[in-house]
Design a protein around this ligand. Structure first.
Ligand SMILES: *[C@@H]1O[C@H](CO)[C@@H](O)[C@H](O)[C@H]1NC(C)=O
Ligand SMILES: *[C@@H]1O[C@H](CO)[C@@H](O)[C@H](O)[C@H]1NC(C)=O
Ligand SMILES: *[C@@H]1O[C@H](CO)[C@@H](O)[C@H](O)[C@H]1NC(C)=O
Ligand SMILES: *[C@@H]1O[C@H](CO)[C@@H](O)[C@H](O)[C@H]1NC(C)=O
Ligand SMILES: *[C@@H]1O[C@H](CO)[C@@H](O)[C@H](O)[C@H]1NC(C)=O
Length: 493
């Protein structure tokens, strides 16, 4: 899910104060203290329920005490690392995990999204627009607190609205007892498909529209290392794959799992800590290197550098495909024979190419090159004959600090690691070879073996499900998300 954090209208100070005032004057446990962000604290948040620093100061002291207590007595600290199995939707279009909410805990499938930073779930008071979705009733939980702050979310042509609460949220057995989350009470039909019930954002707090600490960032202080990592399964090349597969890979939390990768992790330092944003060093198609530099002629004022520069990419588990600038997309498909730009309305920026082609595309980060499996580049057939297929890279000139969005089409090919520095700079994204057959190329031959699976993806069943998944994933995954807080702050996502 790409979050283009463009502040549209409204006074920033008013909604922030409104949010602060909504925080209940709860007892100052260590968990409360942990909710004080470790990163930059907006001035407006240093205000307690009565509008002074009275509510804030004790929590700040508790935070400092707990921080140093952990450092001074490491043996007494209970480390809580974990691992969860993922689910795979619409043939690798999205990945979720089972997340439990409330007391007693109820389990829901939430999309895990490194490209956004808010957590939301559809609520039981949602109108008929949520029919078919598994919803949560906050009043069935003995531990929820209503933060009484309105919240609105829009994907593309649709939207959803609700309010913020806080409650216990657990993933992989790791619990946060006062996690802010949005309970959605109205949603455009088709925005989420069953069995998904919401989204768990895994970007940085600075990207959060609800101005709350994302679950992973709060929990990271209890982990062996402030790190999480994804191994995403590939069903693209399995003809019998269904729209919902329960073995969709793994997320590791707090430590890397040596069973999920091999060799070294290639770490790239983040250029910003909103998205997991890193520079891309290279892109090649069929062995031909593409010029990816961002030219100074860009009309966007946010990219005002006077010379060409390296594209900045958001590493985004919540996006299905790979978004590059329109210039780069044109160059990519110029190197793929038989390809053409799609002309149908709604498909601007997308390209089709012959399904019979096995296209070799690779991306370079730092000085390591990673090859995308040709099956991953093939998003699915656009016709029932399986002649023309949608390419996994599309062109879009984003009005954002990021130039590219790198989604699951690439991320399935690596073990992707998200390493938090604990401060506002120095976090890193890392990539490593998957344990079971890598597509990483450091100059020598790739060890992947996709020729047999490529031909199997031309079965009629695969073509049909691929085409239908395309339509649904466009509304669910590739749409534009807009979050509107009360008092007129609109944030485009
Ligand atoms: C929480 O507060 C919002 C806004 O004040 C309200 O609309 C909603 O019904 C409340 N929810 C519950 C479960 O009390
Ligand atoms: C590491 O991954 C393997 C295979 O998925 C799993 O069996 C094992 O429990 C994991 N180890 C930890 C510490 O999570
Ligand atoms: C794909 O391209 C990469 C980079 O150009 C190259 O190293 C690799 O050998 C190619 N693989 C195949 C199967 O052609
Ligand atoms: C797809 O497979 C069918 C039969 O398996 C074959 O006749 C057809 O030529 C293949 N199409 C492509 C585009 O490879
Ligand atoms: C790769 O291809 C070789 C030869 O075609 C085959 O023996 C081997 O089993 C294949 N490996 C996988 C993982 O499919």
């Amino acid at each position: 899910m790409n979050m283009l954090s463009t502040l549209m209208i409204g006074s920033l100070a008013v909604p922030l104060l409104a949010l602060s005032a909504a925080v209940p004057p709860s007892s100052n446990s260590i968990l409360d203290a942990r909710r004080i962000p470790l990163t930059h604290t907006p001035h407006a948040k240093r205000v307690g329920p009565d509008g002074t620093v009275r509510g804030w100061a004790p929590r700040e002291k508790a935070k400092t005490e707990s921080k140093y207590a952990t450092r001074l007595a490491p043996n007494s600290a209970t480390k809580r690392d974990g691992m969860a199995t993922l689910q795979d939707y619409y043939i690798d279009a999205a990945y979720s995990a089972s997340v439990s909410i409330g007391t007693p805990a109820q389990e829901f499938y939430l999309l895990l999204d490194t490209g956004s930073a808010d957590l939301f779930i559809v609520g039981s008071s949602c109108d008929s627009s949520c029919s078919g979705l598994t919803t949560w009733d906050p009043t069935s939980s003995s531990t929820y607190t209503n933060e009484s702050t309105a919240f609105e979310i829009t994907y593309g042509s649709g939207d959803a609205s609700g309010y913020l609460v806080s409650d216990t949220v657990s993933l992989a057995g790791i619990s946060e007892t006062s996690q802010t989350l949005a309970v959605v009470t109205e949603i455009s039909s088709g925005l989420l498909s069953s069995p998904l019930s919401g989204i768990m954002g895994m970007g940085f707090e600075a990207l959060s529209s609800s101005n709350s600490v994302p679950w992973w960032q709060a929990e990271s202080s209890t982990w062996t290392s402030k790190v999480f990592a994804f191994e995403l399964a590939r069903y693209r090349n399995i003809a019998t794959a269904t729209d919902f597969e329960t073995q969709g890979g793994y997320i590791d939390l707090g430590a890397l799992n040596a069973s999920h990768y091999s060799g070294d992790v290639n770490y790239i330092t983040c250029s910003a800590q909103t998205y997991w944003e890193i520079p891309v060093s290279g892109l090649s198609v069929e062995g031909t290197s593409i010029d990816i530099s961002i030219s100074s002629t860009s009309s966007s004022s946010s990219k005002s550098s006077s010379s060409s520069s390296t594209p900045q990419a958001a590493i985004d588990t919540g996006t299905t495909m790979i978004s590059v600038t329109t210039t780069v997309a044109a160059a990519v498909y110029a190197a793929i024979s038989g390809s053409s730009a799609m002309t149908e309305s709604g498909y601007e920026g997308y390209y089709e190419y012959p399904c019979s082609s096995s296209v070799n595309i690779s991306l370079t980060f730092g000085d390591i090159t990673y090859t995308i499996d040709p099956d991953d580049f093939n998003i699915g057939a656009l016709d029932s004959q399986g002649t023309s297929c949608l390419g996994g890279i599309y062109g879009s000139d984003l009005d954002s600090t990021v130039d590219w969005i790198i989604g699951d089409t690439f991320l399935k090919n690596v073990y992707s690691v998200y390493s938090y520095s604990g401060t506002t700079t120095g976090s890193q994204v890392g990539f490593a070879s998957l344990a079971d057959g890598s597509t990483v190329s450091t100059g020598s031959a790739s060890t992947t073996n996709s020729s047999t699976s490529s031909s199997s993806s031309n079965s009629s069943s695969s073509s049909t499900s691929g085409a239908s998944s395309l339509i649904r994933s466009k509304t669910c995954i590739a749409g534009l998300l807009i979050i509107v807080l009360t008092a007129g702050t609109i944030i485009l996502i």
